[in-house]
Design a protein around this ligand. Structure first.
Ligand code: GLU
Ligand code: ZN
Length: 295
């Protein structure tokens, strides 16, 4: 069996509705896949029930449909994948590659988010502890298709990081790597807020012996007040009756040049135009874009 040349995905977190920034990321991943006849998957990253907004999963899928997106195969939910995550964590723990950490938030204060390694050699049992993965004293780097070369020294800039929280919830970094590998994802297109997560994911891929996808990070859309349109920002759902103009606007945010009359056609026509004219090299090479400056 030959594996397909391109499998892309959109992986929303249901901690809020889709906003214009997530539309830009969804559109970029969709067009980049479809422009080369690739597959495009949707995966619901529902790892954190306490932070999930009721009805957000259904609303996200509804918005994608209203905006004309069609995904391949069944949508996958990370909440259905716990068994896999647990098995991998057990294996890493038994091999000594991961360890239990009982540090309190207070103990970790003043370390700028870089874990100081207190529990590295403590041999705590897994029970009632967070699980951290040991990182090597190495710099990881990759060439992003838009942002170019990106480097990060895992030991100095990140430290041993959490793969299962103390409350038992699985961490995004591990789940995303396992699922992208399991689903055969070859190309990851997502927001630039995840640029600095990528080296951790490269390290996990290496450790788990899975192949490394290619990466493209699109600019994050920010509000005039500098507010990120991000996970923690509660924006209302994207209006279904403005799908075409908002898609055209998202295209422009991605450096594409759709004709002006797109404001009043069907969303599907905007997407088809986007597929036919997609040039990823036109995506602005910056980490953030102010929504106010977009046409
Ligand atoms: N679920 C993540 C988010 O909503 C995206 C993960 C990814 O694309 O790697 O920010
Ligand atoms: Zn600790």
């Amino acid at each position: 069996m030959t594996s397909p040349a391109y499998i892309g995905r959109f992986a929303p977190t249901p901690s809020g509705y889709l906003h214009f920034g997530s539309l830009v990321a969804a559109l970029a991943s969709y067009l980049d896949a479809r422009a080369v006849g690739g597959r495009w998957l949707v995966r619901m990253e529902d790892l954190d029930p306490p932070r999930e907004v009721g009805g957000a999963q259904a609303a996200i899928l509804r918005t994608l449909e209203d905006y004309g997106f069609e995904w391949d195969g069944e949508m996958v939910r990370q909440s259905d994948r716990h068994e896999t995550y647990a098995k991998v964590i057990d294996r890493l723990y038994e091999m000594g590659l991961a360890y239990a950490c009982t540090c309190s938030r207070k103990q970790l204060e003043g370390h700028h988010g870089i874990y100081p390694g207190y529990c590295r050699n403590a041999q705590h049992p897994q029970h009632d502890a967070a699980i951290r993965i040991r990182v090597p004293e190495l710099e990881y780097h990759f060439v992003d298709r838009v942002q170019g070369e990106y480097r990060q020294h895992l030991g100095r800039e990140v430290g041993d990081f959490v793969i299962r929280r103390r409350d038992g919830l699985y961490a995004y970094q591990l789940a995303v790597v396992l699922d992208d590998a399991w689903q055969g994802v070859t190309h990851i297109v997502r927001g630039a807020d995840l640029l600095d997560s990528t080296p951790r994911q490269l390290y996990l891929q290496e450790l788990l012996g899975v192949s490394q996808p290619r990466y493209l990070h699109v600019p994050l859309i920010i509000q005039p007040d500098g507010h990120k349109l991000g996970k923690s920002y509660r924006s209302p759902p994207l209006p279904a009756d403005r799908a075409a103009p908002l898609l055209a606007r998202a295209l422009r945010a991605l450096g594409q040049e759709p004709p002006d009359e797109f404001a009043d056609c069907r969303p599907r026509e905007v997407l088809d135009w986007g597929i036919a004219h997609w040039v990823s090299g036109r995506i602005p090479r910056c980490r953030t874009l102010a929504e106010a400056h977009l046409r």
